[in-house]
Write a protein that binds this ligand. Structure first.
Ligand code: ZN
Length: 233
């Protein structure tokens, strides 16, 4: 970024503080860059719920360190106790197609994450909670929908008597548009090479086989095609 652009970004940056719910994946890393451009102070929170791959936590910690963002890792292992699922148990296969919710589903997971993030945010004096939930390809997770986030926002404010704002910069974007946003934030290469979305724990372009990799690479291909198409005109 040029000096002028840096100054402009700082000038428009809000004095407010934000906590980003952060997993080290494409979506939440894009949200982290979004928050860094927008807010004066940003911290990140990662939930450890016994993910299949501890690589996910390490990846999140590495990114937070590189971006010089204070990183909180909260133990949420009780989630696995409540609802064993394909993200935490090696013996349950990941399956997202067919009837019923995907096997990666944990009832109320985002609700719990956002609620714990809110408790932390209030302690840190942060008004904004940023999350990468998305309704466009919400894959059957009801607590990723916009109406739920708005409802929870009201509930959190009432529960803690605090003026939280839950920000969802990706809510109406598809995967290609999420890549576009990363590019606009000057973070395209970073997100592409440093984040972990793959269910098999493979960083960057991933294993290429799992549903998360397929979704990510479809969006990437689509975005690159549209960008190059626009550049050629
Ligand atoms: Zn994969």
């Amino acid at each position: 970024m040029s000096n002028l652009a840096t100054l402009a970004a700082q000038a428009t940056r809000s004095k407010e503080k934000a906590v980003v719910v952060f997993s080290g994946g494409q979506d939440s890393t894009t949200c982290l860059f979004w928050a860094l451009q927008r807010f004066q102070e940003v911290e990140a929170v990662t939930f450890n719920y016994g993910q299949r791959h501890s690589e996910e936590i390490q990846c999140a910690a590495r990114i937070a360190e590189e971006l010089q963002v204070k990183h909180h890792i909260l133990d949420m292992s009780l989630l696995n106790q409540l609802a064993p699922n394909a993200l935490t148990r090696e013996d349950i296969a990941i399956k997202e197609l067919g009837d019923g919710p995907p096997t990666t589903f944990v009832d109320g997971r985002n609700m719990l994450f956002l609620t714990f993030a809110a408790v932390l945010a209030k302690q840190l004096g942060a008004k904004h909670i940023v999350t990468g939930v998305c309704e466009t390809d919400f894959s059957g997770y009801p607590d990723c929908r916009d109406i739920f986030i708005k409802s929870l926002n009201v509930t959190l404010n009432l529960a803690m008597d605090y003026p939280f704002v839950v920000d969802t910069p990706l809510m109406w974007l598809n995967k290609a548009q999420t890549w576009e946003l990363a590019d606009q934030l000057g973070a395209f290469d970073y997100v592409r090479t440093k984040t972990l979305t793959c269910y098999n724990g493979v960083i960057a372009d991933g294993c290429g086989e799992c549903p998360a990799c397929q979704l990510r690479s479809r969006g990437l291909t689509e975005y690159i095609a549209s960008r190059d198409g626009a550049a050629a005109q």
